[in-house]
Design a protein around this ligand. Structure first.
Ligand code: CUA
Length: 310
């Protein structure tokens, strides 16, 4: 495929990106031509019809049917062109081909999780090249927005419902993926990558990540720590910004906002993961979402095993 060089937009890398760009540049160039035309006429008329002496009065203005028709019909035609063109591209961007591979996307403060039909999971969006992919997206907390500039794909991810996006990557590369809806303190760090590779490399990656799910509990916990977005709030180095650090947490004495305290044993850790609002550690706010109650028991065990190693 011929490489498209854009002036301001990143190089297009999806099948419909070229159509989006064409419409964008049409609107941009049209606006530019109209702007220059209007400004030039304005400056010219101000100069041409300037007041030349104190008794210089403008002559009565008579209507000009052709000029009036032109300023109604030309903008109307432009708006109609942009509407029809935009609608066609909109439909193209919103109706996924029936053979698209479905990937589930979960957004949460402040990370992305991608789940594949085979059960593989990743915090980066791994894709095979030249294959349509449909995203089924949901949010665990607030509104996020899925944005891949190179694909010209942008779609809000809303709690309480599914939203969808689809695209077909046209070349193998790594592209930035970001959240483009302000979603709280760490919004600007809600970044990931889209990694587009050959069908064979993609299959190999799928196999590899499925094998990783069979690893020993603590290793699996380390994976979940990243995939489930724990790392967004819980550090491993003792610093506690949004939530307490996992360093030295297991086995320590926890003091809560209501003045009570408890030893961080297995049962405490399980409760803190599944019912985070029950006891809030002193110095922190009740910010952790309740979604982790839906982790399966083996996953909770793996996370506890991981926390105990820190
Ligand atoms: Cu998620 Cu901004």
């Amino acid at each position: 495929m011929k490489e498209r060089k854009a002036i301001w937009l990143p190089d297009a890398a999806s099948t419909y990106a070229g159509d989006v760009d064409a419409l964008f540049y049409f609107i941009l160039v049209t606006s530019f031509v109209l702007f220059v035309g209007v400004m030039t006429a304005m400056v010219f008329f101000a100069w041409r019809f300037r007041r030349r002496s104190s008794d210089d009065r403008p002559a009565p203005v008579k209507e000009n049917k052709i000029v009036e028709a032109a300023w109604i019909l030309v903008p109307a035609a432009l708006v109609a062109i942009v509407f029809v063109w935009g609608f066609r591209v909109f439909i193209q961007m919103n109706v996924a081909p029936p053979n698209a591979m479905e990937i589930t996307v979960r957004a949460q403060k402040w990370s992305w999780l991608f789940e594949y039909p085979s059960g593989a999971r990743s915090t980066e969006l791994q894709l095979p090249v030249s294959r349509p992919v449909r995203l089924k997206m949901s949010s665990a907390d607030v509104i996020h927005s899925f944005f891949v500039p190179a694909f010209r794909t942008k779609q809000d991810v809303v709690p309480g419902r599914y939203t969808y996006a689809w695209f077909e990557a046209t070349r193998q590369d790594t592209f930035p993926l970001m959240c483009t809806e302000y979603c709280g303190q760490q919004h600007s760090t809600m970044l990931s990558s889209v990694i587009v590779q050959s069908q064979d490399d993609f299959e190999a990656w799928l196999q590899e990540s499925l094998m990783a799910a069979d690893a020993p509990p603590a290793e699996r916990g380390a994976l979940l720590y990243v995939q489930q977005g724990c790392q967004g709030c819980h550090s491993l180095d003792g610093t506690g910004v949004i939530g307490p650090s996992f360093q030295g947490l297991a086995g320590s004495e926890r003091v809560f906002t209501d003045g009570t305290s408890a030893l961080a044993d297995d049962n405490y850790l399980r409760e803190a993961i599944t019912l985070p609002a029950l006891k809030i550690v002193e110095g922190y706010d009740a910010l952790m979402p309740g979604v982790y109650a839906s982790l399966d028991p083996a996953e909770i065990d793996a996370l506890i095993a991981f926390i105990k190693e820190q």
